[in-house]
Design a protein around this ligand. Structure first.
Ligand code: SAM
Length: 329
């Protein structure tokens, strides 16, 4: 019989002092068990649920349902009709700091958006005047656009550029920037998937450097007094706590926000307000999340957003400059 790899054992030892917890974590990745399916209601939720429901966690919003293990929500006709979006409960955990934002959020910029789960969560939770969902990898645009269209996420638009472009052209424009960063994807193992090389230090370092670059560019896009949400679906501290520590050192105008409802999930690997969910807690495959607030004062730059809103039309398909625009008519 195969044994867990040495690299996985090493990660477990770095993450947990307690040996039992190390073993539980390793087992969750080595012998994955299914998690409860989860859906996000984009449209009005029916009075009587079409699914058997699990008991909600105290902090999940009413537009989220966790379903009985045997439910197959993706096969239900309401899915095709755009009533709900299927997502891992870890995504709900990671996006849940958005539920604490009290100020009006006019403009949301999702920097790493495909296939669209966090964009849809943010849109539902914060009802912005405009959602811009960016996906830099061309072949991932189709699923992002089709999900936003199917779920009728309006007003929204999809763009396809490297974050450095927006650092220049959308400076200080957005009340909320979401960075659901590309990562080594270690939590895929807890879902029975594959993530080759995900524990190797070369992959981890490469990924951490990319995350820092995305965060540095995204910081420029956050409006004064706006928010930046950082999250990953991986476990290594280099891609999580260490990115956040680096970020706050470099961009001292930001501060980490305490998220009361996640206090039981505070990361013990840093003093910053950073939160982790692990697969052996049995809610989802695992995630890391931290919310930052820009404490700077000043004017919000709405120039380019006004231009997008002025293009009040639908553009079908994607071309080189790639905008799918869907605004209120
Ligand atoms: N937010 C998505 C959701 O909730 O459905 C999942 C995003 S996934 C974790 C990370 C995304 O970042 C991928 O779609 C990937 O193509 C994109 N990405 C890869 N390299 C990137 C880069 N250099 N800058 C921005 N995004 C990048």
């Amino acid at each position: 019989m195969q044994k867990p790899s040495n690299l996985l054992i090493k990660v477990a030892r770095r993450l947990f002092e307690n040996e039992d917890e190390q073993t539980q974590f390793i087992n969750a990745l080595f012998a994955p068990q299914p998690f409860f399916p989860c859906i996000l209601w984009c449209q009005e939720k029916p009075d009587v649920s079409p699914f058997l429901l699990e008991t909600p966690t105290p902090w999940q919003p009413e537009f989220i349902d966790r379903l009985h293990l045997n439910e197959k929500p993706g096969q239900h006709s309401l899915h095709q009709e755009g009533y709900f979006y299927c997502l891992d409960f870890s995504s709900v955990f990671a996006a849940s700091p958005l539920l604490t934002i009290q100020q009006p959020i006019s403009m949301i910029f999702d920097m790493c958006a495909a296939p669209g789960g966090k964009s849809i969560f943010a849109w539902k939770a914060l009802k912005p005047n405009l959602l811009i969902s960016n996906e830099v990898i061309g072949k991932r645009l189709g699923m992002l656009i089709s999900n936003l269209k199917r779920c009728q996420i309006q007003p929204s638009c999809v763009v396809n550029r490297d974050p450095s472009i927006f650092a220049e052209s959308f400076t200080k424009s957005s009340d909320l920037v979401i960075v659901d960063a590309p990562c080594t994807g270690q939590s895929l193992l807890a879902k029975g998937g594959k993530a080759p090389g995900c524990f190797h230090h070369t992959s981890i370092n490469k990924s951490a450097n990319r995350q820092k670059r995305i965060m540095a560019n995204s910081a420029q896009v956050v409006a004064p007094q706006g928010y930046l949400l950082y999250m990953t679906c991986t476990y290594s501290p280099e891609e999580n706590e260490q990115v956040c520590e680096w970020f706050l050192e470099k961009f001292s105008q930001f501060k980490a926000v305490k998220i009361e409802h996640l206090s039981n999930y505070q990361s013990h690997l840093t003093d910053l307000y950073c939160y982790r969910m692990f697969p052996h807690q049995r809610l989802g495959a695992g995630a890391f999340t931290a919310l930052f607030k820009n404490t700077e004062d000043g004017e919000v730059n709405t120039g380019n957003i006004d231009t997008i809103l002025a293009m009040n039309k639908y553009v079908q398909g994607i071309n080189e400059s790639s905008y799918w625009i869907s605004t209120h008519n």
